[in-house]
Write a new protein. Structure first.
Length: 401
């Protein structure tokens, strides 16, 4: 995100109680005061009914009011009343196709998240919870597996244990991986030794790349190779696919490395595809020579983290990452970093060439689960969005903050 989050002032006035507090049991119906939540679930449910009814009365008791309250506070109401959605899909709902990569050392927890990200299971914890509840500890073998979307956790496990679902000589590379993260997946999927891939990337010039490394040039996609394909041929295929994407986006040959650098930042910073083009505009606005607010500094956490190899899965950067004097740290050095920081996909490359129109200089993802991102063009508005992000993180401490 642009600009590091700064410490919120400690002398801010105490916030008024809100409807969120009422449904959460933090407030009462008397001026939305601070009555503590009931000590047991039954009383909590009764309080939820009272809260729901009082809100309807307070807001006029109109039919539209019920719709507003439900759509705004559905999650809280479900929690209070015990109406949670099922964590798993029902049998018979499976459809379509989903490709899932299992890496060496993956266990139930990471695989559970992988299945959810691929659209196989309904919730991030469904698969892992199923393993725990049934007392299973299966052995997972690395590779790319062909499953379906909207499967039950039990069906997903059965599919992963079926050798017929494993795609041989195949590798699935998601967007946003670095070269170091990509090579082990290629080795596991193709059976080619990792050392062969490390040797194959040593000289980028043999692939027509005039850069010191192939960072940004290994296009993220699903690949299937003939059994006798060499590591050099695999890398050439991926570089050729990157060139094809650059050509499709209209990138001049002389600008390829620069556009891949911008696209790689977009890929690591943006959550939703529509935001890719806004992040691209933020980059252009911050690089503009007449910009008197950021003076050419991008101040992107993704670049600072890449510069010192900080990849702990969180969006927050350490003080070391933000201050280290390396050529990728855009908090220290104005302009673009000296090269790409990851492998961007088609959308990121297109966004780098075709930024949206807008005045934005800052952005922050205020909900890491949904990807909701707030774009602003003043530092004061940005700080308000940062406070929104901090509030979300305080309620979701285990969600990658």
């Amino acid at each position: 995100m642009a600009e590091p989050p700064k410490q919120a002032p400690t002398n801010a006035p105490a916030p008024r109680e809100t409807l969120d507090d009422l449904f959460a049991g933090k407030g009462s119906t008397e001026d939305f005061g601070s009555t503590p939540p009931p000590p047991n679930r039954r009383r909590r449910r009764i309080g939820g009914w009272i809260a729901f009814g009082v809100v309807l009365v307070l807001l006029g008791g109109l039919a539209g009011t019920g719709y507003y309250v439900w759509t705004t506070y559905e999650e809280q109401i479900r929690d209070v009343m015990g109406w949670q959605e099922p964590a798993d899909y029902e049998p018979g709902m499976a459809t379509g196709e989903a490709l899932v990569t299992i890496s060496t050392g993956d266990t139930g927890g990471p695989i559970s998240q992988t299945l959810y990200d691929a659209g196989v299971t309904k919730t991030p914890d469904a698969f892992y919870d199923m393993l725990v509840d049934t007392g299973q500890n299966p052995t997972f073998y690395p590779g790319v597996y062909q499953l379906q979307q909207m499967m039950t956790s039990e069906a997903a496990l059965e599919a992963l244990e079926n050798p017929e679902n494993k795609l041989e000589n195949s590798a699935l590379l998601p967007e946003g991986l670095t070269v170091d993260q990509s090579l082990p997946l290629l080795a596991e999927g193709t059976g080619i030794p990792l050392e062969d891939f490390e040797a194959a990337i040593a000289d980028p010039s043999q692939y027509g790349v005039s850069a010191d490394s192939l960072e940004g040039w290994l296009f993220p996609a699903m690949y299937t190779f003939d059994p006798d394909t060499s590591a050099t041929e695999v890398i050439q295929t991926m570089v050729d696919r990157t060139v094809a994407s650059l050509d499709t986006a209209g990138v001049p040959e002389a600008d390829r490395e620069e556009i891949l650098t911008i696209a790689s930042i977009i890929q690591r910073e943006a959550r939703e595809e529509e935001d890719f083009y806004k992040v691209s505009r933020v980059i252009q606005n911050r690089l503009a020579p007449d910009n008197q607010e950021t003076f050419g500094r991008l101040e992107m956490d993704s670049t600072a983290q890449y510069g010192i190899g900080e990849d702990d899965g969180t969006v927050s950067s350490s003080e070391e990452a933000l201050t280290d004097d390396n050529p990728w740290n855009t908090y220290v050095h104005p302009g673009l970093p000296i090269g790409p920081i990851a492998n961007p996909g088609d959308v990121a490359i297109d966004a780098a060439m075709h930024p949206a129109e807008g005045p934005w200089l800052y952005f922050v993802t205020v909900n890491l689960d949904t990807g909701e991102t707030v774009f602003t063009n003043t530092y004061a508005d940005h700080l308000a969005a940062v406070d929104q992000w901090r509030a979300w993180c305080s309620e979701n401490p285990d969600s990658g903050c």
